[in-house]
Every structure is written in structure tokens, then in C-alpha cells.
Design a protein around this ligand. Structure first.
Ligand SMILES: Nc1nc2c(ncn2[C@@H]2O[C@H](COP(=O)(O)OP(=O)(O)OP(=O)(O)O)[C@@H](O)[C@H]2O)c(=O)[nH]1
Ligand SMILES: [Mg+2]
Length: 430
């Protein structure tokens, strides 16, 4: 389960100011007070929109400001009340006050509404301040300011489609060109350390959520490389896009890569290979790719499982084949009813080491979803040649950033202990 999370600021509309005015009537030298009240400032209201599946839209729009009420006018006219600002959110959104951590509300029903910031009351005009002593008051109230609050929105998202493949096969690049996600992309292995999520929207209105997963290597199902915790995400996706680099760079052989990855998926859970899979032949813009693809297609035609899978060539650079890929993926999703039924509990293993100074970065205490079972089990991140030290270091940092270290310390983990962490979920924090 991914927790899509975003922080936003909302500011409801200020109330309009009350007016100081007096009646001006013919032949009446000093009329009584006639300043009207200010109008009500707009509320900010979240409303469930069943067409939304993620909080992606909020990544590009983080500040919401509602209009102020109109000021009061003369002739006792009340200012116009501002129209409330309705902000659509996906079903299942939890709204949390960023400052206090208090849950403001859960939006779980279609069309459900939640006022997240109240507009200010309009100020009273001078007609309200007239008294026997002061029949012509020169005072009026200003409108109340609208509520202003920082909110954290959280949404649990299941990915429909998982991108799997060898490191550097082009998974993150593909995600970046078919969705608005901006994952890190680089020419070294294990660039992606935790899954990235993106939404694909088709012109025909269909959409699906794609998880870009860290690269898999031989032994992944036993914890090599970034370990098996990411395979758990594959387990929950309905369709697998298996990316195979056709460029032959670094002396790689596409068919061998393909077999190695499937072997890991199978070793992890046999039933995963029964799941619909599209083989995505990547980097078709590179010179050797065409020849390699021809050979790959011959090899796969003779492979027991592979022969049933479609091979779609793409280039994320020229965008060739992308349209067809997303269409076919959406079609396949429509035909696929498998809903992964593994228990929700996830586990991950993490070898605890006392934080060395050079890696000591601040802990993110906000994340409290780690449950420590206790020190047990053998070691977990086996280093491989493909995972160079820098990647390991970055991964360690990332884990720290998630607050695991602190949680482990609090649970009494000792240097060198390996622990199992339950309730493993990825939280996106900007
Ligand atoms: N020429 C070409 N290069 C590509 C294409 N797609 C990806 N690349 C390059 O391949 C390298 C690896 O791309 P990524 O998208 O980071 O690969 P990844 O599969 O996410 O890798 P990991 O996160 O390490 O598992 C980068 O240098 C990309 O620019 C493509 O279609 N054509
Ligand atoms: Mg990547």
C-alpha cells in the first residue's frame, strides 16, 4: 500500500468590512448612520470527486485562497457574501491539521463535503453602533480574517500496474513520460530506492496508477540488492509491465535479463507469473536495439511462459510506442479481475547499525507507521557487485529519513541486530 501524501496551505476568505456612512436626504442636514455590514468570506470546502484516484493534482497546486466578502456599502447595504471555494479530493482522503496532527476529517463517501477553513464574518456597519449618546457613530468593524491552516492530505493507493525490470532498464524514465511524476533518473543502477507512483490518464477518460519499482537483480527474492520488500508491491499489482533494455549496453543480453527477472518473481511467488504481463522492449532509439529485438522475439517465442506475452517496443526518448503501450495496458486492466489477496501486513527487514556521524541526518519523526517486532532473523541487505557503495549509502540515508533508525533505537535494537519491521508502507514526503 502506498501512502500518497501532500501538504497544502488553505486560507479562507476574509469577511468584508463594515461601512461608515450616513443618510443623505434632501432637506435633512444630518441623516442617521447608514453604513452596511460586510459580506461573509468564502469557506474552503473539500468535496469527494469519484473521478480522482490520487493526490497528484495537489503537487502542482498547493495553495488555496478563497475570496473575501464584499465590504458594506451606504444606504445600509450589506456586502456580497463570497462564494465558497470547493476543492475536489479523491475518495478515501484523510485530512490532518499539519500543526496539531489532529485529524480534521475522513472523506469516505461519494460527494461528501468537509469545511476545512471557515470564511471570516463580515464586520458590522455603523448602523449597529448608533446609541442615544452617539446617534452618528463614526465607527464600523473590520471583517474577521478567514481561517488559515496548513493541512496534510493522505490517501492510501494501490497501484494497478507495476514496472519491473533490471536496474537501468528505463522504468523511471517510462514513468516520467507517461505520467506527471518526476522520478529520479540516472545512468547508474539502483537509482530508484523506493517506489514512485504516477497516474496515467488516457484521452478516453480511463486511468490507472503505475508503480515504478526499484530494479531487481538475481537473488532479489532472497534479499539481494534492494531486497524483497519491493516484490511485495508487485504482488499487489494487477498487471506487470516487464521492461527489458534492448540496447545491449554493458554487454547485457536482453533475453537473459528477462529470464533472470522472471525467475526472481517466480521464486518470490509462483502465482505472480500468471499475472498478465506485457514485455516492454525499451531504448529502441539506440543503434543495436533493432537487431537485439529481432533475436529476443525469436527466443521468447520458444519460451514456455514468454510466448504468451506480448512484446511492445518503445522509446521513452522519441516516445515511439508509448501510446500503444498505455492503450494495451488499460485494455489488459479491464480484462483483469485478479485482486491480489495476500494479507495486508507487510514486513521488511533492516539491519540496524549504529548511526555513524557522516550519515547522521535528521530523523523524520512524523512517520509513525513503523512497528518493530523485535530483533530476530538473519542479515538482510546482502551487497552485490551491481549495487555500488554509493547506492547503499543513499539507501541507508533514505531509510533514516523515514525514521526507521529512531524507531529501532527506541525499541532497543543493538548494533548489528537484524529486525523485522511490520506495516511496511512508503510515505511520500517532499
Ligand atoms: N536512449 C535511451 N535511453 C533511455 C531510455 N529510457 C531510459 N534511458 C536511459 O537509461 C538510464 C536508466 O534509466 P532509468 O529510467 O533511471 O532506469 P530504471 O530502470 O528506473 O533504473 P533503476 O531505478 O536503477 O532500477 C538513464 O540514463 C536514462 O536516460 C530510452 O528510451 N532511450
Ligand atoms: Mg528507476
Amino acid at each position: 500500500m502506498f501512502v500518497d501524501q501532500v501538504k497544502i496551505d488553505v486560507k479562507a476568505g476574509n469577511g468584508g468590512n463594515g461601512m461608515v456612512a450616513f443618510r443623505r436626504e434632501k432637506y435633512v442636514p444630518n441623516g442617521g448612520p447608514a453604513g452596511g455590514d460586510g459580506g461573509h468570506g468564502a469557506d474552503i470546502i473539500f468535496k469527494v470527486d469519484s473521478g480522482m484516484n490520487t493526490l497528484m493534482d495537489f503537487r502542482y497546486h498547493r495553495k488555496f485562497k478563497a475570496p473575501a466578502g464584499g465590504n458594506g456599502a451606504n444606504k445600509s447595504m450589506t456586502g456580497r457574501s463570497a462564494e465558497n471555494l470547493i476543492v475536489p479530493v479523491p475518495e478515501g482522503t484523510t485530512v490532518i491539521n499539519e500543526l496539531t496532527g489532529e485529524v480534521v476529517g475522513d472523506l469516505t463517501e461519494p460527494d461528501q463535503e468537509l469545511v476545512v477553513a471557515r470564511g471570516g464574518r463580515g464586520g458590522r456597519g455603523n448602523i449597529h453602533f448608533a446609541s442615544a449618546k452617539n446617534p452618528a457613530p463614526e465607527i464600523a468593524e473590520n471583517g474577521e480574517p478567514g481561517e488559515e491552516v496548513s493541512l496534510k492530505l493522505e490517501l492510501k493507493v494501490l497501484a494497478d500496474v507495476g514496472l519491473v525490470g533490471f536496474p537501468s532498464a528505463g522504468k523511471s524514465t517510462l514513468l516520467s513520460v507517461i505520467t506527471s511524476a518526476k522520478p529520479k533518473i540516472a545512468g547508474y543502477h539502483f537509482t530508484t530506492l523506493v517506489p514512485n507512483l504516477g497516474m496515467v490518464r488516457l484521452n478516453d477518460g480511463r486511468d490507472f496508477a503505475v508503480a515504478d519499482l526499484p530494479g531487481l537483480v538475481e537473488g532479489a527474492s532472497e534479499g539481494v540488492g534492494l531486497g524483497i520488500q519491493f516484490l511485495r508491491h508487485v504482488e499487489r499489482t494487477r498487471v506487470i509491465l516487464h521492461l527489458v533494455d534492448m540496447s545491449g549496453e554493458e554487454g547485457r543480453n536482453p533475453f537473459e535479463d528477462y529470464l533472470a527477472i522472471n525467475k526472481e518473481l517466480e521464486a518470490y511467488d509462483e502465482s505472480i507469473l500468471d499475472r498478465p504481463q506485457i514485455i516492454v522492449a525499451t531504448k529502441m532509439d539506440l543503434p543495436e536495439s533493432n537487431d537485439n529485438l529481432a533475436e529476443f522475439k525469436q527466443q521468447i517465442a520458444e519460451d514456455d511462459r514468454g510466448k504468451d506475452f506480448e512484446v511492445l517496443p518503445i522509446s521513452s526518448v522519441t516516445h515511439d510506442g508509448l501510446q500503444e503501450l498505455v492503450q494495451k495496458t488499460a485494455d489488459l486492466l479491464e480484462q483483469t479481475t485478479i485482486i491480489p489477496t495476500k494479507p495486508l501486513e507487510e514486513t521488511a527487514e533492516y539491519e540496524y547499525h549504529k548511526t555513524s556521524d557522516d550519515l547522521n541526518i535528521s530523523f523524520d519523526d512524523e512517520i509513525d507507521s513503523w512497528v518493530i517486532k523485535g530483533a530476530e532473523i538473519e542479515r538482510l541487505f546482502k551487497m552485490t557487485d551491481t549495487m555500488h557503495e554509493q547506492s547503499m549509502l543513499r539507501f541507508a540515508r533514505q531509510m533514516r529519513g523515514m525514521g526507521i533508525d529512531k524507531a529501532l533505537r527506541d525499541a532497543g535494537a543493538k548494533d548489528g541486530d537484524t529486525v523485522t519491521i511490520l506495516d511496511f508502507s512508503f510515505t511520500y514526503v517532499d
